[in-house]
Structures are given as C-alpha cells and as structure tokens.
Design a protein around this ligand. Sequence first.
Ligand code: PMV
Length: 335
Amino acid sequence: LTKSDVVKIVLENRQSEPSEFGEAFAPANIALAKYWGKRDEELNLPRTSSLSVSLGEYGSYTKISQNGNGDSYTLNGQAVATDSTFARRLGLYLDLFRPAKDFFFRVETVNSIPTAAGLASSASGFAALAFALNDFFQWHLDKTAISILARLGSGSACRSVYNGFVEWQAGIEESGMDSFALPLPHTWPDLCLGLIEISSEEKPVSSRAGMKRTVETSVLYKSWPEKTEKDLERLKTAIEKKDFELLGQTAESNALAMHATMIAAWPPLLYWLPKSLETIHKIHRLRDDGLPVYFTMDAGANIKLLFEVKDMDDVRCQFENIKIIRPFDRPGEKV
Ligand code: PMV
C-alpha cells in the first residue's frame, strides 16, 4: 500500500472543502521506549511499540491556508527555501491532500521548542500539520485517524497527537490502520525533563536512514524488539506506581541499547560527541553520589535528563544552560 491509499482509507468519502484557514498546536515528544526500525518504509510502520512523554506547551503551532501560485512555507516567521529538505518533505506530504493538482498551500509553523535545545521538531510539526489539515478541510476526524495521518509524515509524530504519556501500538495490519498512538491514563506532576544541548548542528544521518542501516546491517538489531517490548512493560509499571528509579533506569537502558544497535551497524552510526560522553559520565557520577538523575538520547548527540521536581535545584546547579520542562505542569491541568 502507498501513503495515498491509506489517506483514502482514513478519509473514507469525506470531501476536502477548504475553509479560510486551519490551525493547530501539537506538543513535541520524547520517547522513553524508542521506535527504532520499520517494518514498512513507505507507511512508517514500526517493528515494535514505543512509549513517550509529550512536552506540554513545547511543540509546533501550524496555520494552513490556500496559496495562489505554488506552496509557500514559513518557519518561525522566516520563509523556507523551496529546495530545502524541509520544503521537499513538506511538499511531498501535502501532495497527499491536494484537492486538485493546482491547489497550493501556505503553511506557517512556529516552534515553541527552544531551538537551541536541539530537539527534533518533525514529530510536533507533522502532528500539528495533520490537525491543521483536518481543521482546514473540516474532515472532523478523530484522534486515531489524525495519529495515522501524522505517522505518514514522520513515525514519531503519531505520538504527538496527545499530551502526557503516550503509547504507539505497533499493530500488525499491512495497511497500518491498527498502528496509532493512544494516551496512557496516568499523569506524573513531579516528573521533570532537562534538555542539554550538546550540538545544534543537523545530525549527520537522519533517523530514517539510520534505522534502515541498523535493521539491515547491525548484528545487535535482532535483540532490539524483545528488549524494547520488555522496557515498554516496565515503563508502564513504573508510571502506574510512580516508581521513578524504575522509570529512569528503564529509559536510560533503552536509549543505550538503541545506540548499541546503531554502533554495531555498518557503516557505524555513532551520534555521540565527546561532550555527550562527558555528560553521560557526569550523570553516572552524580547518581553514584546519590542524585537520582537519568538520561535518554535520540538519534543525535543531545541529552535529555529525567529527574523529579524535588531535585530540580541540584540538577540545575550541575548543568549550565539546561532547559527544564515539566510535562505535566500545565495551567488548568495541575493535579
Ligand atoms: O519519527 P522519526 O522518523 O524522526 O524517528 C524517531 C526516532 C527516535 O527519535 C530515535 C526514537 C523515537 O521513538 O522517537
């Protein structure tokens, strides 16, 4: 099946009647049990389920309207060059939704994620775009359908459809109609994330290419599905019981195991920079000294800390320029 086939299934017989504009916000998310490896490259269907936490008010706001002649995109108020990777990726995604060949879009995106934090914004970007298209064309789709549409843009985007803890169920169907995100019913108001920027440069190998290379060449990849499925269950227990140590240990171990599969790929994928390793050692030293702080990393050099609010001051003292986010501490949603 192609992406276009799936869009047809999702939209059923809905008409795409453009309104004046559509708009939406979606949060970024950080995986605690990672998505690494696809079973379908075209539809972004994963080999395993994954679990993430969304970043509340940190994400992407997207406004979409019709444009006269050719697509036009802005990011944080700046025009995006049409020959950039970003524009090409967006254009291909929008092709799935044009009511006519000569229908063009104007897409304005503003990211509230601290850009310096080196956090991937494709997840919140594609989730916000899927929501904004739904608003613009007045499809009235539910969140499961939006999650499936967001996944076609970027796998991890399907999790950015919800706030809080989110599980992306891998599914088994060829069409991927059973591969979407669902929110977990628990909050964790004391949970803090710390973003440590190691490098703001674009990663040398994209997640898409990195996953493919790992699946095809890494001798360690065969142990990954079992590992991440076990971790996902452990994380669910940790979340239910608010067992921070179990959460931290599991997330850190999952991220390290993912990086181990990458390092064993050929050519090797070593996203860590000297500063990443230095920070990892520092985290381990702090833990030995009694500070409960753990980390996770994605396909890049940056580090995301996990700790509880009681340790916020100690953590802040230890890491210069750390950006602290409390995913569950949002106005009106205090528990
Ligand atoms: O959604 P993608 O294709 O950008 O892949 C994301 C992969 C990781 O960030 C490394 C893991 C994850 O689950 O988010």
